[in-house]
Design a protein around this ligand. Sequence first.
Ligand SMILES: C[S@@+](CC[C@H](N)C(=O)[O-])C[C@H]1O[C@@H](n2cnc3c(N)ncnc32)[C@H](O)[C@@H]1O
Length: 326
Amino acid sequence: MAQALLLPELEADEREKPVNVASVPQRSPFRYPGGKTWLVPLFRRWMMSFSSQPKTLVEPFAGGGIISLTAAFEHLADRVVMVELDEQIAAVWETILGGDAKWLAKKLLAFELTTESAKAELAKPPQSCRELAFQTILKNRTAHGGILAEGAGVLKHGENGKGILSRWYPQTIAKRITNIEFVTKRLEFIHGNAFEILTEYRNDKSAVFFIDPPYTAGGKRAGSRLYNHSEIDHEKLFSVCEKLHGDFLMTYDNAAEVLALAERHGFSTRPVAMKNTHHAEMSELLIGRNLDWVEDGGVFREEPIPFSVTVFAQRNNPLRRKAVTK
Ligand SMILES: C[S@@+](CC[C@H](N)C(=O)[O-])C[C@H]1O[C@@H](n2cnc3c(N)ncnc32)[C@H](O)[C@@H]1O
């Protein structure tokens, strides 16, 4: 009972995760290429560096939305505005935040996944936003690397020898979807263009911006294969950031063209090391007006400990009990 009061917004599987300050709850229903789960510890640090809690967090290139979800679940901002241009991804957020989260969760739980059933489902023209949402999750969980861009193939051999089922965890995904319903009052989704929303919030001093565009600066092709919308005017994005009244944090690949852009606009940069799912260490770049809040050291991981092996009963967790008896 006391625990339910302490954590009223989370359902059982969230509450039962072990208390580990280094862990990052997986809250997104997507497995998103370029997803920023690994950045969550630094994002939290940034959001806590302000003298008062920001009123609004704007995430203009939301994708799988882990940063917006983290801010909403952890009350790092009073409200969160997520923006995404891709119609398929937008359908998922509109369905979850528009009252059809339970429908989507049930549909996922009822679906018997085989290569044939996936192909048949994905060949149907969707008749509604929620049907497109279901197809998007199905495609995201059965395509190589979770890539939703045109031409991405369905998994044949899977990513761990389990074929098409290798990334299909319907119960976990359904639970993440229904959990998001608990924070809908703080989350707004806009199916639109990042540049328009940035302009709309430009004079708002109480807003902060987390900006994670497709990495295509300097003609890089990596970002262009991953998303349907990948071409953006990077020079223009930097100019828009310069005019924002609120603070911003941008992430990019650590490339010479990006460093030059940042320097031209008078922004600070800081490389951060991260380990991707293949354990390769990569360097990404944080960009902002003042990055003094970033402490040196630490390698941030792209994925935390797999969801299924970390769960243990709440009642056996001494740290949680201590928190309750305080
Ligand atoms: C690097 S991804 C963002 C990943 C996200 N931070 C996450 O953790 O899942 C960039 C996203 O920007 C979207 N995008 C591209 N151009 C856009 C635009 N003009 N307005 C809004 N979104 C756009 C792409 O569809 C893609 O989902």
